[in-house]
Design a protein around this ligand. Structure first.
Ligand SMILES: C[S@@+](CC[C@H](N)C(=O)[O-])C[C@H]1O[C@@H](n2cnc3c(N)ncnc32)[C@H](O)[C@@H]1O
Length: 239
């Protein structure tokens, strides 16, 4: 996908951190999706719904945009203004307690949010997997710790993140946390490429949180952290 196509939507109003559109674009380029309009995609932790808009436009599928901090009403208004109100359903639920149909989704996408709620062993298998169709795909892009600093998040990141430092985990650790299951065909985790551009776009918003992050970029964020990509492919139905 070409992120320039979405330039008008990427703004200080819609951004909540490093440019989620760049992270999504990198995931789509690496693992292209071929969906039909009846397919359902869950955008988990969608924030202001910027990624939900792009998923809808790029795939043509029906999108469920779930977030905790941004209300469904606020996102509903934005989707209507963007002309995608019929294709995207906004929802406000905690990812720990979702209320979808079993095997509802062909694809789950989660950008810059999965680390807030999914960092315990068993979370994926208990809270996410039941909602995913056989042969489904999960694409996740989140900030994390570079591989070589595995296990040192609190020591290295606390001056920036305080008590939230534990959320940052390395690609290898995320693979272990997702674990193995009869329904999982493969799990791949890696350090993503879009790090500098995504952070630069965030700093350019001049929002208060962006200016705070900028203060820590050279000493903490750049040397120790990365964006972790996670791709999970599910097996065909087991008979
Ligand atoms: C940094 S924002 C990123 C939002 C958006 N994905 C983006 O990249 O712009 C993190 C998002 O995670 C969501 N989040 C945090 N904890 C959550 C939970 N337990 N259930 C659902 N969403 C959650 C928040 O509501 C918030 O919008």
């Amino acid at each position: 996908m070409n992120i320039v196509d979405y330039k008008e939507y990427i703004s200080a109003e819609t951004m909540m951190g490093p440019n989620s559109v760049r992270i999504l674009a990198e995931l789509f380029d690496k693992y292209p999706l071929e969906l039909v309009p009846n397919d359902m995609v869950l955008d988990l932790g969608c924030g202001t719904g910027l990624t939900s808009l792009i998923i809808a436009k790029e795939t043509g599928a029906r999108v469920f945009a779930n977030d905790l901090w941004v209300s469904a009403e606020e996102n509903r208004k934005r989707f209507a203004a963007w002309g995608v109100g019929n294709q995207i359903t906004p929802i406000c639920e905690d990812a720990n307690n979702l209320h979808f149909e079993k095997k509802q989704f062909r694809v789950l996408i989660s950008i810059d949010s999965y680390h807030y709620f999914a960092g315990s062993k068993g979370f994926f298998q208990e809270k996410i997997l039941p909602f995913m169709q056989d042969e489904g795909v999960i694409l996740i892009g989140i900030p994390g710790l570079k591989e070589e600093f595995t296990g040192r998040a609190e020591e290295l990141l606390s001056d920036w993140l305080g008590d939230d430092a534990y959320m940052f985990k390395s690609p290898k650790l995320w693979k272990e946390l997702i674990g193995e299951n009869d329904r999982i065909a493969s799990v791949k985790t890696w350090e993503m490429d879009c790090f500098s551009e995504a952070w630069d776009d965030w700093f350019a918003t001049n929002k208060k949180f962006a200016l705070d992050d900028r203060q820590h970029f050279d000493k903490i964020i750049k040397p120790y952290t990365c964006f972790v990509g996670i791709y999970i492919k599910l097996k065909r139905e087991i008979i």
